[in-house]
Write a protein that binds this ligand. Structure first.
Ligand SMILES: Nc1nc2c(ncn2[C@@H]2O[C@H](COP(=O)(O)OP(=O)(O)OP(=O)(O)O)[C@@H](O)[C@H]2O)c(=O)[nH]1
Ligand SMILES: [Mg+2]
Ligand SMILES: [Zn+2]
Length: 308
């Protein structure tokens, strides 16, 4: 029978079959998808074929992964040459960020957005913890909202504590599959608890933000929305390493650069020091945000040359 993966712990999967029931499932053999080396060949959101295990009442075996409509992957933290598939078959992703406690850097936002572009998953930026922002934090927020909305990424300001802005998120999520991603401690699970009444995901107990590297959510998990659609909670990530992008194509994943590159004098321009570069000209005229360009250079530095 056909089923959808709701949770993966590495060795066991929870899958909802088209009989409407949840099954515990194990994977049979080694799956290799598209020939890529991945730490987790089956991810939350994957459609699979389940077979009842002989002699077992409740457990099942995954015998096949059905083709993916799309997926998001990042570098495995343990091995940068391996992929970690964050989730599959997504309509959109919410990058949950915070101005403080913890602070999300613009570089992190940009690496996530580049991956979203490369995997063709529309991204929204959700600033959480509005209730603790002081005036200077709100000024920073307004600046970032302007930067990102001007290049096509919708930006929202919400608070899981006070419920501000939550209603707007409901509308965006209806009948869609939405991935929640972001650093640990930004409030992904807290927001999800507000978005799905009755859900009580574990969130960091201590009030406020007291340390780094303490992940409260440890496995990605999908939840159905009461008004149609579903969402995927994920463990916080420290870094979102981009994968499978070549130096020459990186600017295609920056929408504000993509719009200009046909004006560069050389068609193999990578917009660093070439003469007649339309991107550098726009940068000089402040038509491109300097921090975005800095992110471009930083990501460029992390891309290893392949065969030239
Ligand atoms: N002041 C304030 N605190 C919040 C808000 N949202 C979440 N928090 C607090 O931030 C801390 C982290 O929240 P979580 O929901 O566990 O964060 P998470 O993003 O799911 O973290 P991981 O599961 O580790 O990735 C908790 O102490 C929450 O109470 C908010 O809107 N305002
Ligand atoms: Mg969490
Ligand atoms: Zn150029």
């Amino acid at each position: 029978m056909e089923a959808l993966i709701y949770k993966s712990t590495g060795s066991w999967y929870t899958a909802k079959a088209n009989d409407g029931k949840f099954y515990q499932a194990r994977a049979k053999g080694i799956f290799k998808i598209d020939g890529i080396s991945s730490t987790n060949p089956i991810a939350v959101g994957d459609k699979v074929i389940l077979e009842k295990e002989e002699g077992q009442e409740d457990t099942t075996i995954i015998t096949e992964i059905l083709p993916r409509y799309n997926y998001i992957a990042r570098q495995s933290p343990a091995n940068k040459h391996q992929h970690h598939i964050v989730a599959a078959n997504l309509h959109q992703s919410f990058l949950v960020v915070t101005i403080k406690d913890p602070k999300t850097s613009q570089g992190f936002i940009d690496r996530f957005l580049v991956s979203s572009e490369a995997f063709h998953v529309p991204a929204y930026i959700i600033f959480n913890k509005k209730d603790i922002y002081k005036e200077k934090d709100l000024i920073k927020y307004e600046h970032l909202k302007e930067v990102y909305e001007s290049i096509g990424y919708p930006v929202f300001l919400v608070s899981a504590d006070t419920n501000e802005g939550i209603e707007e998120l409901h509308e965006l999520m209806k009948d869609k599959v939405t991935l929640f991603s972001g650093h640990s401690g930004v409030g992904k699970s807290s927001l999800i608890n507000k978005l799905i009444p009755g859900l009580t995901l574990r969130t960091k107990q201590v009030s406020g933000w007291s340390g780094k590297g303490l992940h409260t959510t440890t496995f990605a998990e999908m939840f159905d929305l009461p008004y149609g659609g579903s969402l995927i909670d994920t463990p916080g990530v420290r870094e979102f390493g981009v994968i499978d992008i070549e130096k020459r194509e990186l600017s295609h994943y920056f929408p504000e650069m993509r719009a200009l590159i046909h004006n560069c004098q050389f068609n193999n321009c990578i917009h660093i020091n070439e003469p007649g570069c339309a991107v550098l000209e726009a940068l000089e005229n402040s038509e491109i945000d300097v921090e975005r360009y800095v992110s471009y250079l930083r990501i460029m530095d992390t891309i290893e040359e392949k065969n030239y």
